[in-house]
Write a protein that binds this ligand. Sequence first.
Ligand SMILES: Nc1ncnc2c1ncn2[C@@H]1O[C@H](COP(=O)(O)OP(=O)(O)OP(=O)(O)O)[C@@H](O)[C@H]1O
Length: 316
Amino acid sequence: MRNLTKIYPPRGSTAEFHAVDGIDFELQRGESFGLLGPNGAGKSTTMRMIAATSPISGGSLRVLGMDPMKQGPEIRARLGVVTQDDHLDNELTVRENLHIYGRYFSLPRTVIRERATRLLDFAQLQEKAGDQVETLSGGMRRRLTIARSLINEPDILLLDEPTTGLDPQARHILWDRLFRLKQEGVTLVLTTHYMDEAEQLCDRLIVVDHGRIVAQGSPRELITRYATRDVLELRFRLDERDTAAEKLRTSALATGGNDTDGRVELLPDRVLVYAADGEAALATVHAMSLTPLTALVRRATLEDVFLTLTGRSLIE
Ligand SMILES: Nc1ncnc2c1ncn2[C@@H]1O[C@H](COP(=O)(O)OP(=O)(O)OP(=O)(O)O)[C@@H](O)[C@H]1O
């Protein structure tokens, strides 16, 4: 896509609002590509345009070499789409939900039956096949939604926040399933608010804010570019926190060689100090007679990249 744009007439006003404001990227076949960004950044809107369910307002977009404005049905036939609302039919059984979806694609019954059995196996829902969907747990529902999106054997699978709201175990099961799909050659495009998910699943990603790309690369590249090796996490008593953060900002720590090294970030519950050597930074903190309640040195993650780029924590 080149300079992809989506303009909404904003709710209740006549002014234009650029929800997606000139996005460029190219998907490689078989890769796993992530869209990251705070709420309202334009991720879902971008996904809907790729899915040919929302017309583009400007720029150009090709999906599998086709034009979504002219070849929507052909594109949709080769995509799998997992949206935030699953629209599963609660009154029907797990297997019936798969069958109905197969019929949308006008697949022959024998093909649907054979694929549904395979997908129940893939989603680890064989034993639930005859159960009503409303009896499923959140993780099972999400696995069924993904299984359903695979009934047409798509080339590209679009996933909008696939694991939001799931417990850690359910998320790990889903990651495993998505990883398998990738190994089978399915191209994955996903949005997520979870940095660990992006690090686990994405070969490349873009960080979007206010409808524009603010950074792109592999998780490793982004961490190297926008964070230090280590992060020192300090917790102070509430009445000491702001003073401590200020002291750190004006201390020897903050005179690092580049903009990121020595950066001090004040979060609602923590103070973060970005440092190439976290242990050395901690020694400096102690030498300054600051008394954090807890101190932890860890490696930088994508969450730190996100904070640097958008000034916001993802789980805000
Ligand atoms: N149909 C619509 N009409 C008008 N504005 C819209 C519409 N859909 C989305 N928006 C606005 O466009 C902006 C981008 O929304 P979008 O849902 O793409 O963001 P997002 O990055 O997916 O956010 P989230 O993480 O909350 O899902 C938001 O400001 C949103 O309010």
